[in-house]
Write a protein that binds this ligand. Structure first.
Ligand code: GLV
Ligand code: GLV
Length: 338
């Protein structure tokens, strides 16, 4: 039997393709940008497996047209809101993700953003580089670039999964009060260990000095932070988002930032990525913007690639992939290419 074919929509760090070549015929999209949807459909039709990213739209149309050949989609991300999971399950297509290994990197970036926005790091850097500091004629000034001190303040975490909890752990060093809101409450033991107190969303919005979002994107979390929620926040509070752009209603956020309902925002994710340099968010000083780099460390991106390989290799051997997303697919078809 010839080896099954896997198509990867982008190059990945590490030796993932070498590892896979023992089990698969590997084709890798050579461009830095995503394959156009029509190309992806054609590639999917000719593949037994796909390696995909958040930027690849794996909808039901694609999954259906790739039948009967396509059996597994191995997503290089923890989130999978770009994939129609229900449709995949119905068709017997396995979907895997890369959970766990990007938790610390994303929590670290969250803290980098919290510090950057509250201590005005980006503004301060611009102040130095632009020569404004030099021209001001003053070295140290009592009123220069004053920020917000987070030690002892209240951190509100929306979404207390692995990443939310890792953010909470890091807050201990800042002696913060931690409140959280999630659809599911944590076991009491875990709350104690984290020093986190469960509250409803309303209370979190009203009491937190920094709000950080760590939910997946689902129909329930779509635009969960809009005008009404932003108006409940403290005028001195900051909003940080490293989850998914669509959790926040961007138009409402721009309004909130312009009209100073809140003090600022730091965003790693956007409703449309990449956002245009003409986007109103880019014109505001009270925001810090990064290009979806939550998991962007060499260590994490390499480990994510390893998990992609491990899932595909397990599947090729007829085993259940270790980080299978749609477990119900097991009832539809057993793993493997036979
Ligand atoms: C990144 O956003 C991911 O879901 O892995
Ligand atoms: C992702 O790893 C999460 O569960 O927060």
């Amino acid at each position: 039997m010839p080896k099954p074919k896997v198509f990867a929509t982008r190059k990945l760090p590490g030796n993932v393709f070498e590892r896979l070549s023992e089990y698969y015929e590997v084709e890798v999209w050579p461009e830095y940008t995503a394959p156009p949807y029509e190309v992806l459909i054609e590639k999917a039709k000719q593949s037994d497996a796909l390696i995909t990213l958040l930027t690849d739209k794996i909808d039901c149309n694609l999954l259906e047209s790739a039948q009967p050949r396509l059996r597994i989609v191995s997503q290089y991300a923890v989130g999978y809101d770009n994939i129609d999971i229900e449709c995949a399950t119905r068709l017997g297509v396995y979907v895997t993700n890369t959970p766990g290994v990007l938790t610390d990197a994303t929590a670290d970036l969250t803290w980098a953003l919290i510090m950057a926005i509250t201590r005005r790091i980006v503004e301060a850097d611009k102040f130095v580089r632009s020569g404004e500091w030099y021209r001001s004629g003053t070295g140290w000034h009592p009123m220069m670039l004053l920020g917000f001190e987070i030690t002892g303040k209240t951190l509100g975490i929306i979404g207390m999964g692995r990443i939310g909890r890792a953010v909470a752990q890091r807050a201990k060093g800042f002696r913060m009060r931690i409140i959280y809101y999630d659809k599911y409450r944590l076991p009491e033991e875990m709350e104690k260990e984290l020093g986190a107190e469960y509250v409803d969303l309303e209370t979190l919005l009203r009491e937190a000095d920094v709000i950080s979002i760590h939910t997946p994107l689902t129909p329930e979390t779509y635009h969960m932070i809009g005008e009404e929620q932003l108006k409940k926040m403290k005028k001195t509070a900051y909003l940080v988002n490293t989850s998914r752009g669509k959790v926040i209603d961007t138009e409402a956020l721009v309004k909130a930032l312009k009209e100073k309902w809140i003090a600022g925002a730091a965003l790693d994710v956007f409703e449309e990525e990449p956002i245009s340099p003409d986007h109103p968010l880019t014109k505001l000083d009270n925001v810090v913007l990064t290009p979806h780099i939550g998991s962007a460390t060499w260590e994490t991106r390499t480990r994510m690639a390893d998990i992609v390989a491990e899932n595909l290799i397990a599947f090729a051997k007829g085993e259940v992939p270790p980080t299978l997303v749609n477990k119900d697919v097991l009832k539809v078809r057993s793993p493997g290419f036979k």
